[in-house]
Design a protein around this ligand. Structure first.
Ligand SMILES: [Zn+2]
Ligand SMILES: [Zn+2]
Length: 175
């Protein structure tokens, strides 16, 4: 699919058009053109090192979503994207290059147009990496917090003054 068409689909999900989204579209375009398909379940898992606009393009175009647990955010502030494909046991890393599209003289719209005319290879350094995906999403039992009563994932309960409580109650108790 052309970058422009992918961008239209991404904009419908994201809500507005922006250079960040165009970066995510190019990452998704590369993935879709290199033997990986949209992920209805957890076939793909994306690890992203930022939480900016670009990630929405991955969610809508690749099916690596926050809700399914196949989108993992590491808060490193870098435009790096790791994609693991469990169907074919292959992984790829895309790392944004600093480049012509960051020119401060370009308008927002010029940046978007320039990005959409670029190939993924022009804006990313792309590496094949070892296939070691993060584990599958875990489904676990919820237990009511002893303070507020709200069901809380077992592994997230904290113990304080001999009570098991959710993290928000724990933070309030500790002041
Ligand atoms: Zn945006
Ligand atoms: Zn609570």
């Amino acid at each position: 699919m052309e970058a422009k068409e992918l961008m239209e689909k991404a904009v419908r999900f994201h809500g507005h058009i922006c250079p960040g989204l165009a970066i995510g579209v190019l990452a998704a375009k590369y993935i879709l053109e290199h033997g990986h398909d949209f992920s209805p379940n957890e076939e793909l898992v994306a690890v992203v090192e930022n939480d900016n606009c670009s990630v929405d393009a991955l969610q809508v175009l690749l099916g690596t979503t926050f809700g399914k647990g196949n989108l993992i955010h590491q808060d490193y502030g870098k435009n790096n994207y790791y994609l693991y494909d469990r169907r074919i046991k292959k992984s790829v890393k895309l790392a944004l290059k600093s480049g012509k599209f960051d020119d401060k003289k370009l308008s927002r719209d010029e940046k978007i147009q320039l990005l959409l005319k670029s190939t993924p290879e022009e804006i990313f350094n792309i590496y094949e990496i070892e296939f070691n995906p993060p584990g599958l999403a875990q489904i676990e039992e919820s237990i009511p917090c002893e303070v507020c009563g709200e069901p809380t994932m077992n592994s997230r309960l904290m113990t304080y003054n001999e009570s098991e409580m959710c993290i928000s109650c724990y933070k309030k108790m500790r002041g």
